[in-house]
Design a protein around this ligand. Structure first.
Ligand code: ADP
Ligand code: MG
Length: 286
């Protein structure tokens, strides 16, 4: 409105100025040219600007609301997941207060309490990395040495399931990311792979390096996944492991990979095995 008013005032001044000077002008043309067209143009342009601005604001608000909703939902779900084992644990602690409990029973209850507490801790552990998906400490990661470190951590678990870990690493390969998160991501993937082979098998980890990308594949010879399982991979709390699973591991994997500008995809066949492929942008190492 303000800019249109200014336009009109400017037009009026121009026309008045013209009436003093050139008396041969076509007045209708002059009125249209100076009083009508410029304000119309101004109004269209300013309306357009306002429209885009308002749209942007609305979009920002929507994104914020969406984020808050996600946090809220996750919070509710998490507290529910944690409350269950804690309630169970506190119930058994109450039972333990009985002075006349047999040694055997006491032991049994204690082990249940421990298990419940571990399961609550697992939920928190898995969730923590999701709550902070933004990468805090960007550093140059040497893919090979990071993966070696992860394999060392998981070796005991692999031995327990009689899983043999085979590696084929490219000589170089540097990517940018947060080391802690990177390790968390691959620990989750490899843990799943090992857990998918309860009767032993081979876990093969291959990295390849090119000018633009470092690719990492994690292949197992485990139980595999059905089409539906593959589709639901990464959904919060989707787990086929019952009490032993949280269904948060893959969600964390996806969120970390996304934060590192990487791509993830999986191939799987029931009874044959699963392969996870990762692709991260290479950084040239000087
Ligand atoms: P969790 O391991 O706690 O169950 P995840 O989010 O890590 O949760 O995995 C979700 C589900 O995806 C698992 O329960 C399992 O069914 C399936 N899954 C993930 N990785 C594999 C794999 N390598 N082989 C077979 N199934 C897998
Ligand atoms: Mg898992």
């Amino acid at each position: 409105m303000v800019s249109v008013c200014f336009g009109v005032i400017l037009g009026v001044i121009t026309v008045i100025g013209m009436s003093f000077g050139n008396t041969h002008a076509y007045w209708l043309d002059a009125w249209i040219a100076f009083l009508f067209i410029p304000p119309l143009g101004i109004s269209i342009i300013s309306y357009g600007i306002e429209f885009v601005k308002r749209n942007n604001e609305m979009q920002q608000q929507l994104i914020k609301a969406e984020k808050l909703k996600a946090v809220e939902q996750m919070g509710a779900a998490i507290s529910h997941e944690i409350r269950n084992p804690l309630t169970a644990a506190s119930g058994f602690v109450q039972l333990l207060q009985d002075d006349y409990l047999s040694r055997h029973k006491r032991k049994e209850y204690l082990s249940i309490v421990k298990e419940e507490l571990i399961s609550a801790e697992r939920v928190i552990q898995d969730y923590l990395t999701f709550a902070k998906p933004s990468l805090e400490e960007l550093e140059e990661l040497n893919v090979k040495s990071e993966l070696r470190q992860i394999i060392n951590i998981l070796q005991p678990l692999a031995n327990q399931n009689s899983v043999e870990i085979i590696t084929d690493f490219s000589v170089i390969g540097f990517i940018k990311g947060d080391g802690q998160k990177f390790r968390q991501c691959f620990v989750n993937v490899m843990k799943n792979a090992i857990e998918a082979m309860p009767n032993g098998g081979y876990l093969t980890i291959i990295t390849e390096f090119s000018q633009n990308y470092v690719t990492i594949s994690v292949k197992d010879t485990g139980i595999g996944m059905t089409e539906e399982q593959l589709e639901r991979l990464g959904e919060p709390f989707y787990s086929t492991k019952g009490k032993n699973g949280t269904g948060l591991g893959m969600m964390v994997v996806y969120s970390i990979a996304r934060a590192m500008e990487g791509a993830v995809w999986a191939e799987s066949e029931v009874g044959v095995g699963t392969t996870f492929h990762f692709k991260f942008p290479t950084i040239s190492h000087i």
